[in-house]
Design a protein around this ligand. Structure first.
Ligand code: FES
Length: 138
């Protein structure tokens, strides 16, 4: 994995740490509607391209029980977890729907899980350069 020496400040969320853009794949490996599980500097990421061409990068592990989000399904900007179908908006990482399957687990969580435990996915800045896709990671 190639490391771009250019540094950028705080890609998202107002953090003050420095981030570095790291090449994660070739641009032509992500067609519209694709999402893949990739790694950058040991960090697991779900990286994809929305229909229309916009790229996104979010945390690669579901905040419920750590399923690989790169194996999930993309519907518009919503990425659903492959295990229990929680949905996250890749625009900001926020939970759109918490666990949906199995039905008994959904009922339990709907009745008893405080909202603060339904954690968002982290999001990362992403760009294309010279046919490569690069993600800003610390
Ligand atoms: S592991 Fe993702 S919803 Fe359960």
């Amino acid at each position: 994995m190639a490391v771009d020496k250019k540094k950028t400040e705080a890609p998202r969320g107002g953090d003050s740490a420095a981030y570095t853009f790291v090449t994660v794949c070739r641009s032509d490996e992500l067609a519209d509607g694709d999402v893949r599980q990739l790694k950058a500097r040991g960090k697991e990421l779900a990286v994809g391209r929305l229909v229309g061409g916009q790229l996104f990068a979010v945390g690669g592990r579901c905040t419920h029980l750590r399923a690989r989000m790169g194996n999930g399904e993309l519907n518009g900007t919503l990425l659903s977890c492959p295990w229990h179908k929680a949905e996250f908006d890749v625009a900001d990482g926020c939970v759109a729907k918490w666990v949906q399957e199995p039905a008994a687990l959904k009922l339990l969580y709907d009745a008893a899980l405080p909202a603060f435990m339904k954690r968002s996915l982290p999001t990362y800045d992403i760009k294309e350069e010279n046919g490569d896709v690069l993600v800003a990671v610390d």
